[in-house]
Design a binder for this molecule. Structure first.
Ligand code: 5GP
Length: 125
């Protein structure tokens, strides 16, 4: 069920629970600002989700409300994950769904990181 990108943060969402360690995940990276783990339903040979530790629903409230240090930390974490997974040379794709039209399902900001094969056109037409 897609969710709106605005509203009140729901502390019981699945990624909040992964952050708190209540639900297992295959973590590939963590630092002060972010954690990254394998998507449970991978759409590419590498499909990792990078999420901020802070409670943000989507790019909308993160970009509007997060302190600069947190935004910088998160963006750097996404880059670090791609580097750690050796994806810089072959290349990779980042995607962040926000809100209903994008079909965002989990109401905690996440960036999908895809790689491991040629990824084809950006969107299905
Ligand atoms: P969205 O559509 O919100 O951008 O993407 C949500 C993503 O979270 C989907 O790719 C889905 O497979 C993934 N996902 C949903 N529940 C879980 C879970 O419990 N664990 C992990 N690792 N990924 C999940």
């Amino acid at each position: 069920m897609p969710v709106a990108a605005t509203g009140t943060y729901d502390d019981s969402n699945i990624f909040a629970r992964i952050l708190r360690g209540e639900i297992p995940s295959k973590r590939v990276y963590e630092d002060q600002w972010a954690i990254a783990f394998h998507d449970i339903n991978p759409q590419a040979p590498v499909h990792v989700l990078v999420i901020p530790r802070g409670a943000y629903i989507s790019w909308a409230d993160f970009s509007a409300l997060a302190p600069d240090a947190e935004i910088a930390g998160f963006v750097r974490a996404v880059g670090a994950v791609a580097r750690q997974l050796a994806l810089e040379e072959p290349g990779y794709r980042l995607l962040a769904n926000a809100g209903l039209d994008a079909h965002q399902e989990v109401p905690h900001l996440h960036v999908h990181l895809f790689g491991g094969r040629p990824l084809g056109p950006m969107l299905v037409r």
